[in-house]
Design a protein around this ligand. Structure first.
Ligand SMILES: *Cc1c(COP(=O)(O)O)cnc(C)c1O
Length: 452
């Protein structure tokens, strides 16, 4: 076993060491190489060493180097060294984080991470936290707690009776709501289209003045960090408008919630402690492994009631039973890497990580603007939208940058404009990475412009 694990560790280290000198997107040849995986399953067992070698030889080159410092696609964090090392050890542990008794360590690490997270984000210490697979599930879980709370107040037991015949709940979203929140609404029986959409401004923020009169009971879904612009809905203003026992405020802060962890960005998310539930990703800006997300619910009774497998009301005992706060039963201990990330960073390290990414984004925007390209958003956080001219030209520049391989940025549509999106979300990104990436972007865009 030991030599196999050392071999795996050696290959992993070689992979990580090689990130600086390889292209970010996989080469066409390495993608063709993936076809070698297509074999009929053989009859006889194969030694694990050979399996690992095959995986590394064919799989590693065809990975996207998103854990390196020059991947700016979607909103993708890397993996902090402590989180990665913890993940390797946790693989050896193979814990089932369903109950405290099935994994005392996973349970204890969730418990302490919950305390740290509430304190870092400025939430009440009684706020309950569920460790889920990502922001989609965090949105789902927070909205399930909302559904329980509002229907319970109407005397309707939704967990037992379902939604058919239940009192109606109005759902309000901003016009730039993330698709995953609509998906969560659809999974919960609210329907993607059965929502009231509120107009937004040029940054995608809900226009508080245009906020409609609410028909209670209602769920108001706000956003902290628009996936394109990084902009925040005016949480405080809307929360003070809609406060009532029959209204639940849910905030999708998949990456933007982490703004609360730095004194220099905290003002952007003022009022977050007023929300009833919050969703975020740990695999984005906290830089832990996929997959990892967090849901925060102010009144834990509603979360418990929505997530309990039995109708019996379960209270947390001495040890924390993780399944009481999430949709799954058997699950991996995601709190392990979250604990390791927070422990290694400390408050200052996390704030510096947030600030550093924001500063890199500022620099990208400034230098691309100086080079004559249009920045479409106010760069308030870590997201930058660039237009290189016509939609066709912008699209061909994006393809050219991906082919160049120095960095990786994706495309998006922003309020009718075609744009390239740069998201700086990784602990690994250095000033030198930004230098190299800017050189590639400006060169490729210049060439594309010349060739028309
Ligand atoms: C990424 C993102 C999500 C979805 O998160 P997953 O981790 O992919 O489930 C939801 N909302 C926003 C604003 C996001 O940026």
């Amino acid at each position: 076993m030991e030599s196999l694990i050392m071999d795996a560790a050696k290959r992993a280290a070689e992979y990580l060491n090689g990130l600086d000198n390889r292209r970010v997107g996989p080469s066409p040849e390495s993608l063709i190489g993936l076809s070698k995986f297509n074999q009929p399953l053989q009859d006889d067992p194969i030694a694990p060493e050979s399996v690992l070698q095959e995986l590394d030889t064919l799989g590693s080159p065809a990975t996207v180097a998103s854990t390196g410092g020059r991947y700016f696609g979607f909103v993708t964090g890397g993996s902090l060294p402590a989180a990665m090392a913890a993940n390797i050890l946790a693989s050896a542990w193979d814990q089932n984080a369903v109950l405290g008794i099935s994994s005392p360590t996973a349970s204890a690490l969730e418990k302490v991470s919950r305390e740290w997270l509430n304190s870092l984000l400025g939430l009440a210490p009684t706020t309950e936290v569920g460790f889920v697979s990502g922001a989609t599930m965090a949105n789902f879980t927070g909205l399930a707690a909302a559904r329980h709370a509002l229907l319970d107040a109407q005397g309707w037991d939704v967990e037992s009776k379902g939604l058919f015949g239940a009192p109606s709940i109005e759902v309000i979203v901003g016009n730039e709501v993330h698709v995953s929140l609509l998906k969560a609404l659809s999974l919960l029986g609210f329907g993607r289209e059965r929502v009231v959409r509120v107009p937004v401004d040029a940054q995608g923020r809900i226009n508080a003045a245009a906020f409609p009169v609410i028909h209670e009971p209602a769920i108001v879904c706000l956003q902290a960090g628009n996936v394109n612009t990084g902009a925040f809905d005016p949480l405080e203003e809307i929360c003070s408008k809609v406060r009532s026992a029959n209204t639940w405020v849910h905030v999708d802060g998949a990456f933007g919630l982490w703004a609360a962890a730095s004194p220099s960005t905290r003002h952007l998310i003022k009022g977050l402690e007023k929300a009833d539930s919050l969703a975020t990703d740990a695999h984005k800006w906290l830089n832990v492994h996929y997959d990892s997300g967090l849901v925060f619910v102010k009144d834990k009774r509603h979360l418990n009631a929505a997530m309990s497998a039995s109708a019996a009301y379960l209270l947390e005992g001495e040890t924390r039973d993780p399944h009481l706060f999430v949709p799954e039963m058997s699950r991996r201990g995601r709190g392990i890497e979250i604990w390791a990330a927070l422990r290694s960073l400390g408050r200052k390290g996390l704030a510096e990580l947030i600030d550093r990414c924001c500063a890199h984004a500022q620099r990208m925007a400034k230098e691309l603007s100086t080079a004559g390209f249009e920045i479409l958003n106010d760069v308030v956080l870590n997201q930058v939208l660039v237009s290189f001219g016509s939609p066709e030209l912008t699209r061909s520049v994006i393809t050219g940058i991906q082919r160049d391989g120095v960095c990786w940025c994706g495309g998006t549509e922003w309020q009718g404009r075609t744009a390239m999106r740069i998201s700086v979300s990784s602990w690994a990104t250095t000033d030198e990475d930004i230098d190299k990436s800017l050189e590639s972007i400006i060169r490729v865009a210049g060439d594309a412009k010349k060739s028309g």
